[in-house]
Every structure is written in structure tokens, then in C-alpha cells.
Design a protein around this ligand. Structure first.
Ligand code: SAM
Length: 173
């Protein structure tokens, strides 16, 4: 299995452009990877935590090094309720999980589902969750599942790339 750091990419910058004005007390970046989004959130939130399932990535953060990093699935290790949660999901539809940074499993739903199940324990009432998915995945299934968990989802932005369209979803509690 590949477990290298995912460098800030088109999807990272797409999310960043859409969250730079978010403000509040507690924020969480699930799948923090390089720390690019975690660092961005640190400018506007009093406490920011990054989690990643890949310990090696957290240990070797370099360019966007941040504090408060925890190695776990989703937000499993946390008891805090957050105002704002972001996740640049591993959303690709894949038969197997060969690259933990990008592979979402069947329909691009299997790994996102695990992250959603975990995240929904840690979102404040009136809190907001933002995630990115793709036209190449079954994004409607992700949206329907978030709704089933009790959040109110809506697509807030789309970005066409060469071979896919990135879809940014906001889900309010
Ligand atoms: C697409 S990368 C995003 C990295 C970074 N946030 C960015 O936007 O550039 C997805 C990240 O999620 C992590 N990840 C995958 N499955 C996870 C899970 N179940 N819980 C937490 N992190 C996970 C990967 O290790 C990887 O660092």
C-alpha cells in the first residue's frame, strides 16, 4: 500500500479558496496530510486540530507544519465538538485501497462513509462540515448519506478539471 504525503493539489486549493473566510472557535481538518488546510484554518480559529490515518505523513509534515495532530480514523480519537470541519476526502472510486491518500473504495463511498460516521459525533449544533468529492465518484450517494446522518447538505461549488469535475459540498448540522 502507498502511504506517501499528498502534496497540496488542485482539490486542496479549490477547498482553500472556498473556506478562507470561515471563522470561529474550534476547527478540525480530517485527513490533514501536508497540513496546508490545517494551517489556513489556524489563521481564523482559536483551536485547530488535524487528524490523519497515516502516521508517517503526520510525522514528516514539513512545509505546512502545524500543532495538534492526531493519528486516527476520521475524528475517532476526539471528544470535542467543532464549529467547522473540513475534509479533502480520499474520494476516487476504486476496487481496492492501494493509496490511502486518494482511494475511496467502491463508488468512492467506502472510506468517505467511515469518515462521515466518525465526523458526525464531533460536529456542534449549527456547525458546518465541508468536503470535496468528484463527478467520477457516486457523489449523490455521499450527499444522500450525509442527509441520512441528520445534516443538511448542498453543493456550494464545482470546478472542471481536464478529466473530472470537483464537487464541494457543505453540510450544516
Ligand atoms: C486527498 S488527501 C488530502 C490531504 C490534505 N488535506 C490536502 O488537502 O492536501 C487525503 C488525506 O486523508 C488521509 N486519510 C485517508 N483515510 C483517512 C481516514 N479514514 N481518516 C483520516 N484520514 C484519512 C490520507 O492519509 C491523506 O493524507
Amino acid at each position: 500500500m502507498k502511504n506517501e504525503e499528498y502534496p497540496p493539489s488542485e482539490d486542496t486549493f479549490f477547498i482553500a479558496n472556498n473556506i478562507e473566510n470561515e471563522k470561529g472557535e474550534y476547527a478540525l481538518d480530517i485527513g490533514s496530510g501536508s497540513g496546508y488546510l490545517t494551517k489556513l484554518l489556524s489563521e481564523n480559529f482559536s483551536l485547530v486540530i488535524g487528524t490523519d490515518i497515516n502516521y508517517k505523513v503526520l510525522q514528516h509534515q514539513t512545509s505546512y507544519k502545524t500543532k495538534n495532530l492526531i493519528c486516527c480514523n476520521g475524528s475517532d480519537a476526539l471528544q470535542i465538538k467543532f464549529d467547522f470541519i473540513v475534509c479533502n476526502l480520499p474520494y476516487l472510486a476504486t476496487d481496492e485501497i492501494l493509496d490511502v491518500a486518494t482511494d475511496g473504495g467502491a463508488e468512492g463511498f467506502e472510506i468517505p462513509k467511515k469518515i462521515f460516521d466518525s465526523m458526525c459525533q464531533n460536529i456542534k449544533e449549527n456547525g458546518k462540515f465541508i468536503f470535496v468529492t468528484s463527478s467520477l465518484s457516486n457523489y449523490q450517494k455521499l450527499i444522500d448519506y450525509i442527509q441520512k446522518l441528520g445534516l443538511k447538505p448542498r453543493i456550494i461549488a464545482k470546478k472542471k478539471l481536464f478529466f473530472e469535475e470537483l464537487i464541494l459540498v457543505e453540510a450544516k448540522n
